[in-house]
Ligand binder design. Structure first.
Ligand code: TA6
Length: 299
């Protein structure tokens, strides 16, 4: 593991890009510019926080989140790759793949002419990941921090055979109260309802929340917009290269069993995940790159 001092020497810009140790063996990149602030954990390449300059945080991080190497962090933007959800056949493999619990290495950090900050990180794979997923692929992420947040997740097939992946940017958004928000963008879209035994339903109108919600909306490339009257704002979730949108809130009972979501933490968050899951797995030809892009903005 490269030291914070070495990383600071390579990527730090005083007062703008800093490397910080969040906990023993757990480092993060902290970005400040005139348009916004963000932080990214090297484990999982996981965005932890983002706020446009002068605005309330848009990305939610649990007050009970723990920073333990190898354990996923509750909140931010966990990267689900190279599968989404439970492994298709092997129940002892980690849910949502291994990308979010492994170290990533920073490969670039710079300030852009338009005032945003650009970061690039690469997943460091190892024998364990190759044993769990014996395919030749490279996973890079680009993050652009400003008054919007743009994340590109790039899978390059570096082998000679096609590969198939499931993936998601499993983003936790900060809201006033899950019982008071609604979300536009998925009207008439078919979804797999994981709270109703995986049955397939069709969305009617806006998505509203009155209990545990865990849905994979399929064959949709639409923007979603979270309407939050409590905070007097709308969060737009735009995406490219993603045909699934996952919507999740654990509600009270499941949250209480999770331990790292905080007392009533579920009330202040909603996951809207830009994904390729279920019917929408992605096949990548040899030497080709698949890019999943999201851009979050506040209206
Ligand atoms: O994206 C929704 C979901 O698959 C839920 O079923 C729930 O498991 C959630 O992800 C969180 O998963 P995690 O492994 O981070 O606790």
């Amino acid at each position: 593991m490269t030291s914070v001092a070495d990383l600071t020497a390579r990527f730090g810009i005083p007062g703008r890009i800093a490397l910080r140790e969040l906990a023993d063996g757990f480092a993060a990149i902290e970005v400040t510019n005139d348009r916004g602030t963000a932080s990214v954990a090297l484990q999982g390449g996981q965005v932890l926080t983002w706020a446009p300059r002068g605005a309330e945080p848009v990305i939610w991080l649990s007050r009970a989140a723990t920073f333990v190497p190898g354990k996923s962090i509750r909140g931010g933007v966990p990267v689900c790759w190279p599968w989404f959800g439970p492994h298709a056949t092997l129940t002892d493999y980690p849910a949502h793949g291994f990308a979010r619990t492994l170290p990533w290495e920073p490969i670039a950090a710079s300030e852009m002419p338009d005032g945003r900050t650009h970061l690039a990180l690469r997943l460091i794979q190892n024998e364990k990941t190759r044993s769990q997923w014996p395919h030749a692929a490279q996973l890079d992420m680009e993050i652009r921090v400003g008054e919007t947040l743009q994340i590109d997740l790039c899978t390059r097939n570096t082998g000679a055979e096609p590969i198939v992946i499931g993936e998601a940017l499993h983003t936790y958004f900060s809201i006033s109260d899950i019982r008071r928000i609604s979300m536009q963008g998925l009207d008439k879209v078919v979804y797999i309802d994981k709270v109703a035994g995986g049955s397939r339903q069709q969305q009617q109108g806006a998505v509203v929340f009155a209990g545990e919600t865990d849905r994979i909306y399929i064959d949709t490339e639409a923007d979603c917009v979270i309407d939050d009257p409590g905070l007097g704002r709308r969060i737009r979730i735009a995406k490219r290269g993603s045909r699934s949108t996952v919507v999740w809130n654990p509600w009270h009972d499941k949250a209480a069993r999770m331990g790292d979501l905080g007392e009533d933490g579920y009330l202040g968050m909603v996951c809207v995940e830009s994904a390729n899951a279920a019917d929408n797995l992605v096949s990548i030809a040899p030497q080709q790159v698949h890019r999943l892009t999201v851009e979050y903005s506040v209206e």
